[in-house]
Design a protein around this ligand. Structure first.
Ligand code: ADP
Length: 399
């Protein structure tokens, strides 16, 4: 295996750890793996390294065991982590609160700060801290770097970042719109500019990151001017399992009259809402099958998802005035031609027109899917958050 410098990128969620070995200079991904359903009886772990695929399905009790399993899979597939030229470990961290946003070298003080931020991102930050602690113990001689999902949106214009609530309360509790998936929005907007052979500074862009989590951003000259997620990753678009925008009155009403605790409501809005909450299914491939077989709940889930997405696209077209490019990315955005078609149908009078044939042709690489005559170019741009994290890591290490 080549000795080009390599970064191990870790993305630790509540029940899964995703990991990749990336060479940030060439952009090559050497290995890509995931440990899923940590703590459940039916854990599974897999790793792809070149042509080799290794997997296991024995129980993985916790994050420490998950990382151990990952290291064992590397060895089983024939990669000694000691000989791949590892220069750093990059950790995706969802929330950095008001002060942490630049990619930052991790030390004990930073871990303590991240622990204090847990109430702002109770579902996302604690597993990331767990992953950081385990990885620092396992690889103590390497620099570990935290890369924040909020970074790209740190300088959102005040009109977009500010909630219209009591100023003193907002200030005291650091309540603002932070935005998430920033690594992806930035990476995709740069890739879109490169695809068009244009400088990011010259473009007005909309990026639609549609994965299990989903968010939209409006970008002027390479800087975001609005994004759909807020204090937490719950605001905005309808997602796989999250509600997105909701009247805050619903929360008070459920708490006061339905006897639900704050934790119950939080779990419901995060895990039993969105497309799963309405249609019973989170995977869009299955959702489409259900719709085709006449499942009305699946149809409603899809309609609510598309309705919200169109509202955000309309809002951002209005914010930007002129939109040069709209990019679809992440699992749904990259693969689901029906979602792209329905999100943009009837928008020719606003300057957005798809080429049906291009939209329906699957491909892995970045590609144009708008009609030649469409004033706004529409692209599908595969995201690569891990590569962006690896590149941010080596920048910190090089400083
Ligand atoms: P995350 O990183 O947020 O977990 P992804 O960006 O990987 O999510 O997106 C996962 C989702 O993408 C799946 O739940 C599924 O709904 C959707 N998806 C993946 N492949 C396809 C496909 N071929 N067609 C439609 N949807 C797909």
């Amino acid at each position: 295996m080549s000795a080009e410098r390599t970064v191990l990128v870790l993305n630790s969620g509540s029940s899964s750890v995703k990991f990749q070995l990336i060479q940030p200079d060439s952009g090559a991904s050497l290995a890509d793996g995931v440990v899923e359903r940590i703590g459940e009886e039916s854990s599974s772990a897999s790793l792809t390294l070149g042509e080799r695929e290794v997997s296991r399905d024995d129980k993985v009790a916790d994050h420490e065991a998950a990382l151990r399993t990952a290291f064992e899979l590397f060895e089983e597939a024939g990669a000694q982590l000691g000989s791949v030229g590892l220069v750093a470990v990059g950790h995706r961290v969802v929330h950095g609160g008001p002060d942490l946003y630049r990619p930052t070298l991790i030390d004990d003080a930073l871990v303590a700060e991240l622990e204090e931020l847990a109430p702002m991102a109770p579902l996302h930050n604690p597993p990331a801290v767990l992953g950081i602690n385990v990885a620092r113990k396992a690889l103590p001689d390497l620099p570990h770097v935290a890369v924040f999902d909020t970074a790209f949106f740190h300088d959102l214009p005040p009109a977009a970042a500010t909630y219209a609530i009591d100023r003193d309360i907002a200030e005291q509790w650091h309540i603002r719109r932070y935005g998430f998936h920033g690594t992806s929005h930035q990476y995709v907007s740069e890739q879109a500019a490169a695809f068009l052979g244009a400088a990011p500074e010259s473009l007005n862009q909309i990026v639609l990151h549609l994965g299990n989590g989903a968010s939209a951003s409006a970008i002027v000259g390479g800087r975001p001017v609005d994004t759909s997620m807020g204090l937490t990753p719950m605001e905005g678009l309808v997602m796989g399992t999250r509600s997105g925008d909701i009247d805050p009155g619903v929360v008070m009403y459920l708490w006061r009259t339905a006897g639900m605790s704050v934790e119950d409501i939080e779990t419901m809005l995060n895990k039993r809402a969105g497309v799963r909450g309405l249609g019973g299914e989170v995977d869009f491939r299955v959702l489409h099958e259900r719709i085709e077989s006449g499942d009305e709940q699946a149809q409603l889930a899809y309609d609510v998802y598309i309705h919200r997405l169109r509202k955000y696209i309309g809002a951002y077209l209005a914010l930007l005035g002129t939109t040069d490019v709209i990019s679809f990315t992440a699992g749904v955005g990259e693969n689901d031609a029906a979602v792209r078609r329905d999100a943009l149908s009837g928008l020719a009078p606003l300057g957005v027109e798809l080429d049906e044939h291009l939209n329906a042709s699957p491909a892995k690489a970045a590609r144009r899917i708008s009609a030649d005559r469409s004033p706004t170019t529409v692209l599908v741009v595969p995201t690569n958050e891990e590569l962006a994290i690896a590149r941010a890591c080596v920048q910190v290490v090089d400083e």
